[in-house]
Design a protein around this ligand. Structure first.
Ligand SMILES: *Cc1c(COP(=O)(O)O)cnc(C)c1O
Length: 226
């Protein structure tokens, strides 16, 4: 094994162990938690060692970047599940539907319309999370809390398979209240899954009910900036 693949396996084990400990505290097991390795800005050469170590769920935040990396990686390893975790422009909806297995960033009626149209055209239903702007941050994606029930209803009406809710809490503040809020909203809407928790807070997220954690830095090391 190369140094890269040993390091990748060690990081993966460390994250899995921590996720498992947090899951046990809520009466769940590691199998109940879907670990998504967020590989944005990472080259294929940095992604392959994690695939070799057994990781199969990956997340990207840009459609174009994912299009340039994943077709080849998926030819090498067909059983990859690819998640879109970043903001999606409506004019990229068809590309996203073609490439991704799960979309975490459905957050507004215009995008819902574009996704429904793209799914109909491709004859492919891509399960989605609705992203909620839990911190009411202007610059951030996500549906305002008050508008989320209506967006959930519209997604159901448009026959878009809904998995649950997703959030990215405000940076540099205690995330637990935001995770708890998202969990409460999902419960009230009868949605099972919660996409929440990143490298710095996935254990807290799991303790508050996360089913899908999105982890980049803890698995890959610091992200390249170019
Ligand atoms: C980049 C990103 C992550 C991963 O962040 P890390 O702190 O590197 O774990 C998770 N979710 C979203 C939406 C992201 O854009």
């Amino acid at each position: 094994m190369t140094t890269e693949s040993i390091e990748a396996a060690e990081r993966l084990n460390a994250v899995r162990d921590a996720a498992q400990r947090a899951a046990r505290l809520t009466g769940r097991t590691a199998n109940d938690i879907n670990l998504i390795a967020v590989s944005k800005m990472q080259e294929a050469s940095a992604i392959r060692p994690l695939i070799m170590a057994g990781q199969r769920s990956f997340g990207e935040n840009r459609v174009q970047e994912a299009q340039s990396k994943w077709p080849l990686l998926r030819t090498e390893t067909p059983d990859i599940t690819l998640h879109l975790v970043g903001q999606l422009q409506s004019n990229k909806a068809a590309d996203a539907v073609a490439l991704f297995d799960i979309i975490h960033s459905l957050d507004r009626p215009s995008l819902l319309t574009a996704l429904a149209r793209a799914m109909d055209a491709a004859d492919k239903r891509v399960p989605c999370f609705i992203q909620v702007n839990v911190g009411a941050e202007e610059q951030k994606g996500g549906c305002p809390i008050a508008e989320t029930p209506a967006l959930i209803r519209a997604a159901r009406d448009a026959d878009i398979p809904l998995l649950g809710l997703m959030c990215v809490p405000p940076a540099d503040v205690e995330p637990a209240p935001y995770f708890a809020l998202l969990a409460k909203m999902a419960r009230e809407e009868g949605l099972d899954r919660l996409s929440m928790g990143m490298s710095g807070d996935f254990e807290t997220a799991i303790m508050l009910g996360a089913t899908d954690i999105r982890v980049g830095t803890a698995l890959f090391g610091e992200r390249p900036t170019t």
